[in-house]
Design a protein. Structure first.
Lengths: 307, 307
């Protein structure tokens, strides 16, 4: 990024001119500062726009498409994409509109990622903060547990959970979230260790605030940076895990669909109906790339030293 | 050196024990079982089956019986594929998985290091950017999507390579699966190698070597390479694990007869014995590979040995 330092400043001036209306001298919060830097990052902003468009399409799209995701069109089986028929992405072997299915599948994939990420953030932040704040023997025991969990092969455990939870997809992804919190807990613990030595925590303790309240009210709000960065890295990971499981036939089941299920179906049709693979695959790649750039942008924004 | 190996082995034993315990109980808590069929079995037959496999004992008794057998390296019977024990099925699949994983491991190391050295020595030239872009794609796009796209291009459109199957195990059949499996690791290793070589090339001892009049080629290969390799080597341990679990998908996509296929089928059929056996086997293999990597690390970095 250093290469573009000059260009970057020019960009910042262009994008952040508005901020100057703010009264001078007013202290900026860490989050506000980070948002300003994020807005100045062209790649990350483009990625954000793309991602928001995909999310909007996934939410609103299914209502705007003339076909729905599970009803076959008896006139068009395995029809290639065409503008005239209204099947812009073509149809699958059962005559179902691929555009509608892709939109719907994107929605399911995103929903699953949202659930799992939320679970992993909550568990990771609380675990890490408690461990770091408690310190001593509790801390080392809690971190030892994390080490052990780290050593287990993640995908194998996910498949085991799959066998256990069977068809309830949303429960399953809550469970994946329960496996994904380890790195988050480590990061949060590290931050907490240094935060708890700060004066404001001492002040709170002197004022008689309980430990748990200190963690929730004083420590956790100061963890926004690392938590946001890491959560933004967790989302694509879970999208991939979901697609992976659905691909193998463990995840989302008919009539529901997800990007992984669609890609799996498309894989079976390569050579005869390539569009069944290329459209859902294209959406998945676009989404993952956008998320990767957003994640990079957030890291740069919250941690400018690290660049 | 021997104490180092023994210490490393001793520290992995509790991890493996916890993992075995967790897997065992997760699988038994799951609803449904290996004897669930379309048509329910008569109760007497079911009772006989359960008695035969000792499934009617209490969980704790079963658990310790399983551990006892495991200590004698007996992975027990498969509940669904009744003519084959778990160990026998693993034995059948193992050579294929090892050839696939081993080739991918080598390709990842050689390709990643070569790309990394090139990127570091020709920093910020177009080839460096091209490598970075390919690496980014390799990291972001999941293997179950890369695979069908390569199949489509090289198998279906160009008809250069077979789309799947083991064939005679010749490089023609192995090229695509190995490439797909290795790609993300080539990407990660090239990034690690590039970063660490750039740093090493700026170190004083390299300046000294150059000042002595040693040729650039010799400086890079004889002086800079070994210290620059440490981050790459420390990544190889996790990479071996990822390759093993990644081979599950790749075997599935390309229809290769490795262990992954047995594992997926067993998980879909709720064959407890087989799932548990394969997971334990995979874990043991990962631990072993990690140990080898640690030894390589100790060879590269004398500081590790003394600890």
């Amino acid at each position: 990024m250093t290469l573009y330092a000059g260009k970057r400043e020019a960009l910042e001036d262009a994008f952040i001119g508005r901020d100057d209306e703010m009264p001078r001298g007013k202290p900026r919060s860490v989050t506000r500062d980070a948002l300003r830097r994020f807005r100045a990052n062209k790649a990350a902003m483009t990625a954000l726009v793309v991602f928001v468009l995909i999310v909007l399409a996934a939410i609103v799209g299914p209502y705007l498409v003339p076909y729905d995701y599970e009803t076959p069109d008896w006139e068009a089986f395995t029809a290639p994409p065409s503008i005239e028929s209204g099947h812009y992405f073509g149809t699958d072997q059962n005559g179902r509109d691929l555009l509608a299915r892709t939109l719907y599948g994107t929605r399911v994939s995103l929903l699953v990622a949202l659930i799992a990420t939320t679970v992993s953030v909550i568990v990771g932040v609380l675990y890490g903060a408690v461990s770091g704040f408690a310190g001593g023997r509790i801390d080392s025991a809690m971190m030892r547990f994390v080490d052990v969990m780290y050593a287990l092969p993640y995908i194998l455990f996910v498949i085991l959970l799959m066998v256990m939870f069977g068809r309830n997809v949303f429960l399953l992804f809550a469970a994946i979230g329960l496996l994904e919190w380890l790195t988050m807990a480590r990061i949060v613990r590290g931050q907490t260790l240094s935060l708890k030595e700060k004066e404001f925590v001492e002040a709170a303790r002197a004022a008689g605030v309980s430990s748990f309240a200190i963690i929730l009210r004083h420590i956790v709000p100061n963890l926004v940076g690392p938590v946001v960065i890491y959560a933004s890295l967790t989302i694509p990971e879970i999208v991939i895990t979901e697609s992976f499981l659905s691909y193998l036939g463990f995840g989302v089941q008919e009539p529901l669909t997800s990007l992984g299920t669609l890609i799996s179906e498309g894989t079976g049709a390569i050579g005869s109906a390539d569009w069944l693979l290329l459209f859902p695959g294209g959406v998945l790649v676009t989404m993952l790339l956008a998320l990767a750039f957003i994640g990079d942008g957030l890291r740069d924004a919250f941690d400018p030293k690290d660049r | 050196m021997l104490t180092f190996v023994l210490k490393r082995l001793a520290s992995t034993i509790p991890v493996i024990l916890i993992a075995i315990t967790a897997c065992f109980f997760i699988l038994r808590l799951a609803p449904g079982g290996p004897f669930d069929q379309e048509r329910a079995l008569p109760p007497e037959v079911l009772a006989n089956l359960r008695a035969y496999y000792h499934l009617d004992d209490s969980l704790i008794v079963q658990y310790f019986r399983y551990l006892g057998r495991l200590a004698q390296l007996d992975l027990g019977p498969s509940f669904v594929t009744k003519d084959f024990t778990v160990a026998r099925q693993i034995g059948i699949g193992l050579p294929y998985t090892l050839i696939l994983g081993g080739s991918a491991f080598l390709l990842a190391i050689v390709g990643g290091i070569a790309a990394g050295i090139y990127g570091a020595l020709y920093q910020n030239r177009s080839a460096d950017y091209a490598i970075a872009a390919i690496a980014m794609t390799g990291l972001v796009v999941p293997n179950f999507l890369v695979a069908p796209i390569l199949q489509l291009v090289f198998g279906v459109k160009l008809s250069w390579l077979p789309v799947g199957g083991w064939g005679d195990g010749s490089p023609r059949f192995l090229f695509l699966p190995v490439l797909v499996l290795a790609l993300p690791h080539i990407a990660r290793i090239s990034r690690l190698m590039r970063g660490s070589l750039i740093e090493t090339m700026n170190a004083n001892f390299i300046k000294t070597a150059t000042a002595k009049g040693i040729g650039r080629r010799r400086v890079v290969l004889k002086h800079a390479l070994r210290p620059a390799l440490t981050p790459v080597v420390s990544y190889l341990g996790p990479a071996a694990g990822y390759l093993l679990t990644g081979s599950i998908v790749v075997e599935q996509i390309f229809g290769l007869p490795g262990i992954g296929r047995y594992f997926i089928n067993a998980a879909l059929n709720r064959d407890y014995g087989m799932v548990l056996g394969t997971v334990i086997f995979y874990m043991a293999l990962i631990v072993l590979l990690n140990l080898l990597v640690d030894l390589a690390y100790a060879w590269l970095d004398p500081k590790v040995r003394q600890r």
